[in-house]
Write a protein that binds this ligand. Structure first.
Ligand code: HEC
Length: 354
């Protein structure tokens, strides 16, 4: 082969190799240069590091598997590009948008993500918006106040629910709920619910997560009513980068007579219009309630719920969900309005980042 060709081939190979290197920046090297001084070589910041004296927050600990896993990569890319204040964090976390390219930001965030062994922890990418009726698959730390107003006179026109969801270990979540309603002009504590959720599995490539749970509802106001056992299955799946789908199936089984129970199927799709969590994210939900005793008037009841999540804080850890439920079957009410106020307390105090 003539020398000309050999040197041409060598040039070409060199060019392809350098393109390859350019396409995949070295996340570990970028981390060592730009992040380690504050975040520590292994991802855990050293509180004794004099460089951090006077900081109002300790740099995030990437080596903590629970913390590392529950933060979606996209949120970290946002912080690294735009700086801490972009999502309500300290200004001492600098913005690297002008310093690093998008590919370098992707690489350094992937490296930060690799600093803890998170294999057994449900990934935060599946922490989808809370819907009105569909139950979530992701085990979150959350307090939610739910207000439901029904367009009807008298009993049960206003219902308040306070819900506490607390994560335990890698995959578990405990659930406590207290429901209050107005009845005959009086305010009563209607019922309490106690239960748990467990993440069965997920697949990052196919973009889905599946969880199961069990809740017991105890009537408090009317003791003649039966306790109800509620087994449930929840799923979350990304349809694309911008559209997230969730579904849940619940059985409501009264202890006294399980045949008086019903099954409830709910599904919702949210449109994630923006990468910034403070924004408005519309969703559309459909619910079908199927009574077991399917004779007479007890037919399947359908309803549809247009709704929107309003991220209130810059990090979206305090948010509102506003929506309406429109009956499509012969429900006894015309329309229901819902207001949910939620606070993801793992992301910090209620008052942080407004
Ligand atoms: C000058 C110090 C400093 C440097 C340099 C620095 N950080 Fe930070 N970083 C911080 C501090 C402080 C926080 C905590 C902010 C808070 O909690 O309010 C933080 C928070 C973060 C978070 C937010 C995690 C969360 O809570 O959601 C990410 C992600 C992050 N840093 C990534 C990086 C990466 C990647 C680099 C390097 C490209 C880097 N940081 C460089 C100080 C720094």
């Amino acid at each position: 082969m003539p020398v000309r060709y050999i040197s041409f081939l060598a040039l070409l190979t060199g060019f392809l190799l350098s393109a390859q290197v350019q396409a995949e920046p070295d996340g570990a090297r970028i981390y060592a240069t730009h992040c380690a001084a504050c975040h520590g070589t292994n991802g855990a910041a050293d509180p004794a590091n004099p460089a951090l004296a006077g900081f109002d927050a300790l740099p995030a600990n990437f080596a903590d598997a629970l913390f590392n896993s529950r933060e979606p990569e996209a949120d970290w890319r946002l912080v690294v590009e735009h700086g801490g204040p972009a999502i309500g964090l300290s200004a001492q976390m600098p913005a690297f948008g002008g310093v690093l390219s998008q590919a370098e930001i992707d690489a350094v965030v992937r490296h930060a993500k690799s600093l803890a062994d998170t294999r057994d922890y449900p990934p935060g990418e599946f922490n989808y918006p809370l819907a009105i009726r569909t139950k979530k698959a992701f085990p979150e730390d959350e307090v939610v106040w739910k207000l439901r107003v029904t367009g009807q006179d008298g009993d049960d026109s206003v219902r308040n629910v306070l819900e506490l969801e607390k994560r335990f270990g890698k995959r578990w979540q405990g659930i406590v709920e207290i429901a209050h309603k107005s009845e005959g002009g009086h305010d009563v504590i209607d019922e309490a619910e106690l239960g748990f959720k467990y993440v069965l599995g997920w697949d990052m490539e196919k973009q889905y997560m599946i969880s199961a749970g069990l809740i017991t509802a105890f009537p408090i106001h009317d003791r003649s009513e039966s306790d109800v056992l509620i087994p449930m299955l929840m799923g979350a799946r990304a349809l694309s980068d911008d559209f997230l789908a969730q579904g849940s199936a619940r059985l409501k089984l009264p202890f006294d007579q399980a045949s008086d129970g019903e099954a409830e199927f709910a599904g919702v799709v949210h449109w994630m219009r923006s990468e910034f969590p403070r924004g408005v994210f519309p969703g559309l939900e459909v619910v079908a309630s199927v009574p077991f005793d399917n004779n007479g008037t007890d037919r399947v009841k359908w309803s549809v719920l247009p709704q929107a999540r309003f991220g209130l804080t810059r990090g979206g850890h305090v948010a509102l969900n506003l929506g309406a439920e429109i009956p499509l079957s012969d429900q006894s009410w015309d329309v229901r309005g819902y207001l949910y106020l939620l606070w993801d307390f793992a992301d910090g105090s209620f008052f942080k980042g407004w």
